[in-house]
Design a binder for this molecule. Structure first.
Ligand SMILES: [Zn+2]
Length: 249
């Protein structure tokens, strides 16, 4: 029996029999895994604290036939602020549901643990608009899973969309790519059908750079930009569309 030491956060818990729990852990090393936590519901259990939802711990476990089994655990961060505030707790639940719907078990999920922990931190400690947090979380998770929209170059003329004057940014919900304003106007004159089939929305420059920032930045810094309400709505549209598209596969 080989013992493994991993750091992970509980993203789901199910009561099992009288005293046990089956918990879902998000780890860096093993991705998302299901674990049997024997006796974790007992008040005197050494696993009690570490096997609660949103607690981040170091676990010692071994692989069984169906589950991993937890041998011991030591909590690193309990995210206490989430536990004493129902509103924050519910927000964290919504984020973990999103995470569970996108990430499959036993597949590589590099960087997602760090993103999820940072998101819990932001919900616990910072008073950010929650729809903004959700949009950023969805977009960054999808990008980390390899479903990043292609926005750095115009999908028609291939010119760089970054660091140039604002000629308009048109995002296609069909291809998850962008057209520059010049190409958009040109295509509108020449071939309106092509534009219709692309299902474009105009993005403000602020929204374009918000998306660009989320895709390019480190998971730990992904919430450190500010946008206005209009850009926030546009960002939400793009993130929600990408998210539902991914779920439908
Ligand atoms: Zn172009």
């Amino acid at each position: 029996m080989k013992l493994l030491k991993v750091k992970g956060v509980v993203i789901k818990e199910i009561a099992y029999k009288d005293n046990d729990k089956i918990i879902t852990l998000l780890t860096d090393e093993l991705g998302k895994i299901s674990c049997m936590a024997k006796g974790a519901k007992k008040t005197n259990s050494a696993l009690l604290a570490s096997c609660q939802l949103f607690v981040y711990s170091e676990f010692v476990l071994y692989k069984g036939t169906t589950f991993y089994h937890i041998n011991s655990a030591e909590s690193i961060d309990t995210f206490y602020d989430l536990r004493i505030d129902l509103d924050k707790y519910e927000k964290a639940c919504e984020i973990s549901k999103t995470l569970n719907s996108l990430v499959y078990e036993n597949v590589e999920a590099s960087g997602i643990l760090s993103l999820f922990l940072n998101t819990l931190y932001v919900i616990a400690k910072k008073d950010l608009d929650f729809s903004y947090v959700k949009s950023v979380f969805k977009l960054k998770t999808l990008a980390l899973l390899g479903y990043s929209p292609s926005i750095t170059r115009c999908s028609n003329c291939n010119s760089s969309m970054v660091e140039k004057e604002d000629k308009g940014y048109y995002y296609s919900f069909n291809t998850n790519s962008v057209l520059c304003g010049v190409c958009y106007e040109k295509l509108k004159k020449e071939n309106e059908d092509k534009l219709k089939s692309g299902w474009y929305i105009k993005l403000s420059q602020a929204t374009f750079y918000a998306i660009y920032y989320v895709l390019a930045s480190d998971s730990k810094k992904v919430y450190s930009f500010k946008i206005d309400k209009k850009a926030e709505k546009e960002l939400e549209k793009v993130a929600d569309r990408l998210y539902t598209e991914q779920l439908s596969f």
